[in-house]
Design a protein around this ligand. Structure first.
Ligand code: AMP
Length: 177
């Protein structure tokens, strides 16, 4: 692991059996107390995605909002929220997906992305890849083009990277387990 990955991993708190038995939950809240580390994470994502022309940054509820919005400010790109079913007030499209610990449905506002726009997706953690596939489905439904996805953490043993349907998607993560 590189220096940033080690620093990040050291700030992650493992919570056993949350939200249900057998899951080791990666709690990112200690990271939020360390603004220097947040700054380094934002720099890392900006550097790694510099080669892409990004029109929209999509954050996935809720930890994707925490890291997606500062990245959008730094990159000066509009931020779009993808939320759990029933939370977005205007007209939406939706996609269902399977989590490491359950089934859920995600939504995006219909007017959030225009045809042909390049989209960067942000979430805190890549587990089985179900969430990212649902997010991609939503972006594609609106005519957008998901070009890269960035995560702080990747649970490599769950093979999420291999489960991502769009093989052209550039997948970037900092600390891998
Ligand atoms: P997945 O769809 O399986 O790739 O799961 C990724 C989503 O679920 C992300 O939004 C994560 O925040 C959350 N998630 C899944 N597993 C964990 C875990 N062990 N610790 C923390 N968050 C998790």
């Amino acid at each position: 692991m590189n220096n940033l990955a080690e620093k990040l991993a050291a700030s992650i708190r493992d919570i056993k059996d949350f939200p249900k038995e057998g899951i080791v939950f990666k709690d990112i809240t200690p990271v939020l107390k360390n603004m220097a580390l947040i700054g380094e994470i934002m720099d890392f994502f900006t550097d790694k995605t510099r080669g892409f022309k990004i029109d929209k940054i999509v954050g996935i509820e809720s930890r994707g909002f925490i890291f997606g919005m500062p990245l959008a400010v730094k990159m000066n790109v509009p931020f779009i929220p993808i939320r759990k079913k029933g939370k977005l007030p205007a007209e939406t499209v939706s996609a269902s997906y399977t989590l490491e610990y359950g089934v859920s449905e995600l939504e995006i506002h219909k007017d959030a992305i225009s045809k042909g726009e390049n989209v960067l997706i942000v979430d805190d953690l890549l587990a089985t890849g179900g969430t990212i596939n649902a997010a991609e489905e939503l972006i594609v439904k609106l005519g957008g083009k998901p070009v890269c996805a960035v995560f702080l953490l990747e649970l490599s043993f769950l093979k999420g990277r291999e489960n991502i349907k769009n093989k052209k998607l550039e997948v970037i993560s900092i600390a891998k387990y």
